[in-house]
Design a protein. Structure first.
Length: 842
C-alpha cells in the first residue's frame, strides 16, 4: 500500500517536472522577420540578428518612386539606427506570411540629423494591410530613437506594410520586425469597465502597445523576452505622492502554469513588484497610482499582471485595482485565484482615458472591507485599440490614405492585369525559345525584378538619386556606411575631363547611358559613364554596378576610379581600357588578328575575373552578361571583365532564386536559365563557353545571315567539336598556327562550358585550370619546335614583358602566389598548377 502511494508520488513529481520543463520550452515564431532597412550587413541588436531588408527572398519592396538609404555616423544609439530607408513616394514592403494570426509589427525610427532631409519634421504615415498605424506623425517634439509596436491579426498569406510620404516630403524607417505571436497571448475579448458585458472581437482590431511596464524592476529588453517585448521600469509613471516600495524575488521561483507561461510575461516581470509603502501615510487613501498620458479618442486594452511575491502565506493580502476612478477589481484575492504564492495571474480590461483629462490612471489600494493593508502590482500593459476606421492614429481609414492603385477595391484588376502579363510573358518565352537562333536583336527585360540594390558613398554625397519613372518598381538606395566608392568628382571636373561630353570622345552607348573617353587633370585617361536618366533599367544597372565595383577589386576586373552625383547626374569614372572590347579584335574591324597565345591569355584573364566574381565575395556574384563586348583589353592586352550592370549576387542567401526577368544577351544565354529562370554561376559558365567559341572562330555569337544551322555559334561549334573537327570552323588566321593538343584542350573546355545542364558544366576555377593547361601546351610545343613568331600579328606596341603574370613558362609554381590577384585568393589556380607540374596529382 505504502509503496503504491510512493509510486504515485514519484510519478506526480516526474510529471510536475515535465510540465514545468515544458512550460519553459522556447516559443519559436513561425514568421520571424527582423530586418534592418538599407543596411548592407546583418546587425545584432539586443541579442537578435536583423537582416538587410532587400536580402530576403520572402520580402519584397515595391516603391512608386525611388527609395534610398541614408546612413548616419556612429554617434547613433545603435548600429540598428545607422541606416534608414527613405521613401520619396509610396512604398510597400510585402511580407510573405506562413501562418495566419496575430503578428507583432515593430517599427524602429531614428530621425538622425544631417541626413539631407529633415527627418525630424517628415510626416510619417504607415498602413499595414487595412490598418492605419501612423498618420502624419512627426518626431519634431521628441528626441532619440523610437520603437513602435503593433499587434495585428494577419488573415492572408501576405502582409503589406506601406509608407506614404506627404507631398514634397519623405518617409523613412530604420528597422522592421514582423513576428508571429502565440494565439494565447492576446485576448479576443475583455471586460469593458463601463459595462459588465465583455467587449469581443478584439482579434479583428489592431493594437498598439503604448506602455509596457515592469513594476519595481529594471528595464527588460527584447533579448530577455521570448516574444521580443520591451518592458520599461515604472518609475517615470509613478504618481509622485504615491508611497511605494519595490519588491523582488529570485525569478526562478516564479511558477508558471499551462495557461500562464513566460509568453504571457517573462519571469523577471513577475519577480519584481511595487507594493504599498509603510503606513506612515493615512492608510485608507494610500493608493499607489501610475499616470499615463493617452489619446482620449481611443479605447485601450489594459492588462495588469499580478504575482504574490510579498506574502509569507496564502490569504494574507486582499486589495483593489482601480482604473481611472473605477474599481476594476474589488477585493482581489490572489491566493484564491491562484492557490499558490509566486504564481502569476493577469486580468484584462478595456478602458478609455478618464474624462477629458487625457490620462489613464491605474492604482492599487487597500480594500476597505478587510483590514489587510497591502497591495501589489508586477506588470502593466496598455494597448491602444484601433477605431472604427481601422486606424490607430486619426480618423482616416487605410483606404482613404492609400493611393487608389493600392487600396483593396482595385486589387482585382491588378491581379487580372498581372495574370495577363504572366500569360504574355510565358508566350513570349515560348516564342523566344522557338525562334531564339533567328532573333537578331537583344531583348530588353519586360519585368521589374526586385533587385537588391545598394550603393555606397559618404555624407557629402547623400543626395537623392532622381527617379525618372513614376511607375518604376525599383527601389534604389545609398548606403553610406562604408565609403569605398573611390574618389568623388565634381560635375565640373567631369565636364572638364570629357571636354563637356564631346561626342567625338564617345566610346559607346549602353543600356545605362553613354561612355566617353576622358582625361583627368593629372593626365590619367579614364572612361566616363554618364547615367541615362530616361532609362529606369539603366538606373538600376548603374546602381548595381556601383555597388559591385566598389566592393570588387581585381586585376581582371575593370576598376572604378570614382564617381560624381552632383546635379542629379550619376557618373562613374573607370580606368580607361586602351584596346577596347575583345570583340573589336575578333571581327568587324580592321584591327590586326590576335595570335592564339594572345587569345588564350585573354580568355584566361577573363576567366580569372569571373572566377573572382564567383568565389571571392561572401556570396557569389553572377555576372549575367558575359560576352565579348564586356571583356575589355588594356594597353597591354590584359583582359578585364566589365559591365556589372546585370550582375546579381548568387543564390546562397536567396534559396528560391527565381529572377523575374530573363536578362543577358541573346546568343550567350544559358538555355537552362532561360527555361527555368534559375540563375547560377553556371549561367556565366555557359556564356563564357560561347565567348570561347567566338574567340576561336572570330565570328559573332549569332549570325542571322548565315544558313540556319550556322546561325548560333554554340550549336554550330558544338556540332564540329563533337566530330573532333573544330579546326574546320576556326578563324582562318589561326589555321596551321595552333598546337593541336592545345586546340583539343580548348575545344573540350568550351564543350564542357556549353553543356545542356548547369550541373554538367565546370566551375570557372576548372575552366581556368584547363585554359592554363591549353596555354602551357601551346607554349611548350612552340618552344620545342623552333616556333614561328607567334607575335607576328601583334600590334607593335605590345610589350610582352608586361604580360609577365601569364608568361609563366619559367616558374609555374609561383603563379598562384605571385601577387597576380590582389586578393591572393586564387588558390584554385595555384593548386591547379601544382597538379600541372605533378601530373600524377590529377
Ligand atoms: C545574417 O543573418 C541571417 C539570419 O540570422 C543568417 O542566415 C546569415 O547567414 C547572416 N549573414 C551574415 C553575412 O552574417
Ligand atoms: C555625427 O553626428 C552628430 C550629430 O548627430 C554630430 O554632432 C557629429 O559631429 C557627427 N560626427 C561626424 C564625424 O560627422
Ligand atoms: C499634418 O500635420 C501637420 C502638423 O504636424 C499639419 O499642419 C497638417 O495639416 C497635417 N496634415 C494632415 C493632412 O493632416
Ligand atoms: C534632445 O536631447 C538633447 C541632448 O541629448 C537636448 O539638449 C535637447 O534639449 C533634447 N530635446 C528635446 C526636445 O527633448
Ligand atoms: C498634396 O498635393 C495634392 C495635389 O497635388 C493636394 O490636393 C493636397 O492638398 C496636398 N497635400 C498636402 C498635405 O500638402
Ligand atoms: C462603454 O464605453 C464604450 C466606449 O468605450 C461605449 O461604446 C459604450 O456605449 C459604453 N457603454 C456604456 C454602458 O456606457
Ligand atoms: C484572426 O482573425 C480570424 C478571422 O477574423 C479569426 O478566425 C482568428 O481567430 C483570429 N486569430 C487570432 C489569433 O485572434
Ligand atoms: C524602485 O525601483 C525603481 C526601478 O527599479 C527605481 O527607480 C526606484 O527608485 C525604486 N524605488 C524605491 C522606493 O526603491
Ligand atoms: C528605472 O528607470 C529610471 C529612469 O526611467 C532609471 O533612472 C532607473 O535607474 C531605472 N531603474 C532600474 C533599476 O533600472
Ligand atoms: C538578459 O539576457 C542576457 C543573456 O540572454 C543575460 O546576460 C542578462 O543578464 C539578461 N538581463 C536581465 C536583466 O535579465
Ligand atoms: C507592504 O509590504 C512591503 C513589503 O513587505 C512592506 O515594506 C510595506 O511596509 C507594506 N506596506 C504596508 C502598508 O503594510
Ligand atoms: C581642364 O582644366 C585645366 C585647368 O584646370 C585646363 O588646363 C584644361 O584645359 C581643362 N580641360 C578641358 C578639356 O577643359
Amino acid at each position: 500500500m505504502k509503496s503504491a502511494n510512493w509510486l504515485v508520488l514519484v510519478l506526480a513529481v516526474i510529471l510536475l517536472e515535465f510540465l514545468s520543463w515544458r512550460t519553459e520550452a522556447l516559443f519559436t515564431p513561425t514568421d520571424n522577420y527582423l530586418i534592418v532597412c538599407g543596411s548592407s550587413q546583418n546587425v545584432t541588436f539586443q541579442g537578435r540578428t536583423f537582416v538587410p531588408d532587400l536580402l530576403l527572398s520572402s520580402l519584397s519592396l515595391k516603391s512608386e518612386s525611388t527609395s534610398y538609404v541614408a546612413t548616419s555616423n556612429s554617434s547613433v544609439p545603435s548600429s540598428l539606427y545607422q541606416s534608414a530607408r527613405i521613401f520619396s513616394g509610396v512604398a510597400s514592403y510585402k511580407f510573405n506570411i506562413k501562418q495566419e494570426g496575430r503578428h507583432w509589427i515593430r517599427l524602429y525610427f531614428y530621425p538622425f540629423p544631417k541626413s539631407g532631409h529633415d527627418l525630424l519634421s517628415a510626416p510619417i504615415t504607415v498602413v499595414a494591410d487595412d490598418f492605419v498605424l501612423l498618420n502624419n506623425f512627426t518626431f519634431e517634439n521628441y528626441n532619440g530613437s523610437f520603437l513602435f509596436e503593433y499587434a495585428i491579426n494577419v488573415t492572408s498569406a501576405t502582409l503589406m506594410l506601406t509608407f506614404i510620404p506627404w507631398n514634397n516630403s519623405v518617409s523613412f524607417v530604420n528597422a522592421i520586425e514582423v513576428v508571429s505571436i502565440p494565439d494565447a497571448v492576446l485576448p479576443d475579448q475583455a471586460l469593458a469597465l463601463n459595462s459588465s458585458a465583455p467587449v469581443s472581437s478584439l482579434s479583428e482590431s489592431a493594437l498598439e502597445t503604448v506602455y509596457r511596464l515592469n513594476m519595481g524592476g529594471p528595464l527588460i529588453t527584447a533579448q530577455n523576452d521570448t516574444l521580443g517585448r520591451t518592458w520599461e521600469n515604472d518609475s517615470k509613471y509613478l504618481h509622485v505622492s504615491s508611497s511605494a516600495v519595490n519588491l523582488s524575488v529570485n525569478p526562478a521561483s516564479i511558477k508558471y502554469t499551462d495557461s500562464i507561461t513566460q509568453e504571457t510575461a517573462p519571469n523577471r516581470v513577475y519577480a519584481t513588484a511595487v507594493a504599498m509603502g509603510d503606513a506612515n501615510v493615512p492608510s485608507m487613501n494610500s493608493k499607489v497610482t501610475w499616470v499615463f498620458p493617452v489619446d482620449s479618442n481611443f479605447r485601450y486594452l489594459v492588462r495588469a499582471h499580478f504575482c504574490d511575491i510579498l506574502s509569507q502565506s496564502l490569504n494574507a493580502m486582499v486589495f483593489n485595482l482601480y482604473i481611472n476612478d473605477d474599481i476594476a477589481v474589488p477585493s482581489l484575492d490572489l491566493s484564491t485565484l491562484t492557490g499558490k504564492l509566486n504564481l502569476p495571474y493577469y486580468k484584462d480590461f478595456i478602458s478609455k482615458s478618464s474624462a477629458e483629462s487625457g490620462t489613464l490612471t491605474v492604482s492599487i489600494g487597500p480594500d476597505s472591507a478587510v483590514d489587510i493593508t497591502n497591495a501589489t502590482l508586477n506588470g502593466l500593459e496598455i494597448m491602444k485599440i484601433s477605431n472604427d476606421a481601422g486606424s490607430l492614429d486619426g480618423l482616416s481609414s487605410a483606404a482613404n490614405l492609400l493611393p487608389k492603385s493600392l487600396s483593396k477595391k482595385n486589387r482585382i484588376p491588378v491581379i487580372i492585369g498581372s495574370l495577363v502579363g504572366a500569360v504574355a510573358a510565358v508566350a513570349l518565352i515560348g516564342f523566344c525559345c522557338c525562334c531564339m537562333p533567328i532573333l537578331k536583336s537583344k531583348v530588353t527585360n519586360h519585368g521589374h525584378p526586385m533587385l537588391p540594390l545598394r550603393l555606397y558613398g559618404n555624407f557629402r554625397t547623400m543626395t537623392k538619386i532622381s527617379a525618372t519613372s513614376q511607375k518604376s518598381g525599383r527601389a534604389s538606395c545609398i548606403s553610406l556606411a562604408s565609403s569605398n566608392l573611390g574618389r568623388f568628382f565634381t560635375f565640373r571636373e567631369i565636364l572638364n575631363a570629357t571636354n563637356k561630353f564631346d561626342e567625338t570622345l564617345l566610346l559607346g552607348v549602353g543600356g545605362f547611358g553613354r561612355v566617353y573617353k576622358g582625361a583627368l587633370e593629372d593626365g590619367t585617361k579614364v572612361a566616363v559613364k554618364r547615367g541615362n536618366h530616361r532609362s529606369e533599367q539603366g538606373l538600376a544597372e548603374f546602381q548595381t554596378e556601383i555597388e559591385m565595383l566598389s566592393k570588387l577589386r581585381h586585376r581582371h576586373l575593370v576598376s572604378l576610379i570614382g564617381y560624381s552625383d552632383e546635379r542629379s547626374e550619376m557618373i562613374l569614372v573607370y580606368e580607361y581600357m586602351a584596346n577596347g572590347p575583345l570583340r573589336s579584335h575578333l571581327y568587324g574591324t580592321n584591327l590586326p588578328s590576335l595570335s592564339w597565345k594572345q587569345r588564350l591569355e585573354i580568355c584566361i584573364g577573363a576567366a580569372r575575373g569571373l572566377h573572382y566574381l564567383h568565389t571571392s565575395a561572401a556570396r557569389s556574384i553572377i555576372h549575367r552578361d558575359v560576352k565579348t563586348t564586356n571583356i575589355l583589353l588594356d594597353e597591354n592586352f590584359i583582359a578585364k571583365v566589365a559591365d556589372f550592370g546585370l550582375s546579381k549576387t548568387g543564390p546562397e542567401l536567396d534559396q528560391t532564386h527565381v529572377s523575374t526577368a530573363v536578362k543577358g544577351s541573346f546568343g550567350y544565354l544559358d538555355p537552362e536559365y532561360f527555361r527555368r529562370q534559375q540563375l547560377t554561376e553556371k549561367s556565366d559558365v555557359y556564356s563564357f563557353g560561347v565567348v570561347l567559341m567566338e574567340v576561336l572562330c572570330s565570328r559573332p555569337a549569332l549570325s542571322p545571315g548565315l544558313p540556319r544551322e550556322q546561325v548560333n555559334i554554340a550549336e554550330w561549334a558544338m556540332s564540329w567539336q563533337k566530330k573532333g573537327m573544330l579546326e574546320q570552323i576556326m578563324d582562318s588566321n589561326l589555321v596551321g598556327k595552333v598546337n593541336p593538343a592545345s586546340l583539343k584542350k580548348y575545344g573540350e573546355t568550351a564543350e564542357k562550358c556549353l553543356a545542356e545542364h548547369g550541373i554538367d558544366r565546370p566551375s570557372m576555377g576548372d575552366i581556368l585550370w584547363n585554359l592554363e593547361y591549353a596555354l602551357q601546351l601551346e607554349e611548350t610545343s612552340s618552344a620545342l619546335m623552333e616556333p614561328e613568331d607567334n607575335s607576328m600579328n601583334h600590334i607593335p606596341t605590345i610589350q610582352f614583358t608586361s604580360l609577365e603574370p601569364f608568361d609563366n613558362s619559367v616558374s609555374l609554381i609561383n603563379v598562384g602566389n605571385s601577387g597576380i590577384d590582389d586578393d591572393g585568393k586564387d588558390s584554385a589556380t595555384s593548386s591547379a598548377f601544382s597538379q600541372l607540374v605533378n601530373p600524377s596529382g590529377r
